[in-house]
Design a protein around this ligand. Structure first.
Ligand code: SF4
Ligand code: SF4
Length: 423
């Protein structure tokens, strides 16, 4: 039967594995995943129901792997999946899914819809149906070294600025350093103060650290696109850099998907364990705090709230450290409704923010964030993902909400007691 399938559909058929089959067969069509997805709740359009986003793959599974599906296809009750249909599904599989995992969290059948979307993206990518925005970011990461086209000279220029502004050295390629710090292009270009904050924190806690000239970029557009080969190339650069420098820990930056790619997928992509540990910067700061290494002074005066990046909190299980860190620097902290494990996505994760044509939908979906913020009326929003930060800023500007967004690492660094002043 599969000989009659078009190329893209054939690829999609090949990636249907045992978990996908079991998820489709256990779906009870309860619709709970719809109420968990910001693209459905904010538009009311049933096409954005998470399980519906996978409809071509469901039909293909049914037609190719179940007797009933084969019969339905034979008698014309189930229409064949075509490459053209996969093209039509691009908007549903990429623009309207941030891989946020809220749907997976509520499914009573235990279906990991994120896993299914990612599998479907593999088929879409292999059949040439991934969006140009993500394709471009992935190509730039492989050929130039970063999704925004940032090269080492630009990193070195930012390092110089930060060294001047903070009066601290930014080490590069230091063999044997305890920590290798990764960055996202967005931090290099939009938030270089993150690098200054790291320098300040590491000097404060007395740890050795380094950047790596061959692996400074952590963002993994291969994962977002659904292309394991590209994802592997990006991860292998980091592994090579970390193993050459013999570091003990690689710190994933304030970026959600970079953390997922390296922490949870990295070893599987490489087919072997790493010789180093991978931690998100929030986990590292949490450890420093628990070890009593962070001495801070003063508190933020503003009313603050925290936006949990999906990949860190829901998919990564890191929820408490950011709250403990906030408590160290703020006495006027307020939790938004649904904060923590069930926090609503910013609307731009999973590569969605790289898709220009998806912007109007993103802005519509952002209404859920607006509602969350309006419920607690903060003066500023704190987060720990540079992509969330940019997407939140865009959404807030769109809805004319004058609410600054700041990074947690910088906020912690701002309150550190000067070395000379420490008891
Ligand atoms: S929540 Fe789970 S069982 Fe219910 S419709 Fe969605 S995928 Fe199916
Ligand atoms: S992962 Fe998030 S954005 Fe994607 S379908 Fe599920 S709830 Fe919607």
């Amino acid at each position: 039967m599969s000989a009659t399938l078009e190329k893209g559909v054939r690829v999609l058929k090949e990636i249907i594995d045992a978990p996908i089959a079991s998820y489709f067969s256990s779906c009870v069509h309860c619709g709970l995943c719809a109420e968990a997805c910001l693209f459905y709740t904010e538009t009311g359009d049933p096409k954005y129901t998470p399980i519906h986003k996978l409809e071509p793959m469901r039909r293909l599974y049914e037609q190719e792997y179940t007797v009933l599906g084969r019969i339905k296809k034979l008698v014309g009750l189930s229409k064949p999946v075509t490459d053209a249909e996969l093209g039509e599904w691009q908007e549903l599989v990429y623009n309207s899914c941030t891989l946020c995992g809220r749907c997976s969290a509520v499914c009573p059948a235990g279906n990991d819809i994120v896993y299914m979307v990612r599998k479907m993206r593999e088929g879409m990518s292999a059949s040439g149906n991934s969006p140009d925005g993500i394709k471009g970011a992935a190509t730039r990461t492989v050929t130039i070294g970063s999704p925004m086209g940032v090269k080492l000279p630009a990193v070195k220029a930012q390092m110089k600025h930060v060294e001047k502004d903070f009066g601290l050295p930014i080490p590069l390629d230091v063999e044997g350093a305890e920590y290798m710090v990764m960055l996202s292009s967005m931090e290099i270009m939009n938030f270089p103060e993150y690098l200054g904050a790291i320098a300040k924190i590491m000097a404060h806690v007395g740890k050795t650290w380094t950047l790596c000239s061959t692996a400074f970029e952590a963002t993994n557009a291969g994962i977002q696109m659904g292309n394991s080969d590209i994802a592997r190339v990006i991860v292998s650069r980091i592994v090579e850099g970390a193993e050459t420098l013999k570091v003990k820990t690689v710190i994933s930056p304030e970026c959600g998907h970079a953390y997922t790619a390296l922490r949870w997928e990295g070893s599987n992509l490489m087919g072997r364990p790493f010789t180093f540990k991978v931690q998100h910067i929030v986990e590292v700061l949490g450890e420093f705090q628990a070890q009593g290494l962070l001495k801070t002074e003063g508190f933020e005066k503003d009313r603050l709230t925290f936006h949990d990046p999906c990949q860190l909190a829901r998919r990564g299980g890191v929820i408490q450290p950011q709250r403990d860190l906030m408590a160290m620097v703020s006495k006027n902290f307020v939790e938004m409704p649904d904060a923590g494990y069930m926090n609503w996505c910013c609307g731009g994760g999973g590569g969605a923010s790289a898709i220009e044509e998806g912007e109007p939908l993103r802005m519509q979906a952002f209404k859920v964030k607006k509602t969350q913020f309006e419920a607690v009326k903060p003066d500023r929003i704190v987060t720990a993902c540079a992509n969330c930060r940019i997407v939140l800023e865009e959404g807030l500007e769109h809805y004319q909400m004058d609410l600054p967004v700041v990074g947690l690492t910088e906020m912690v660094a701002d309150h550190l007691v000067e070395k000379g002043a420490m008891p």
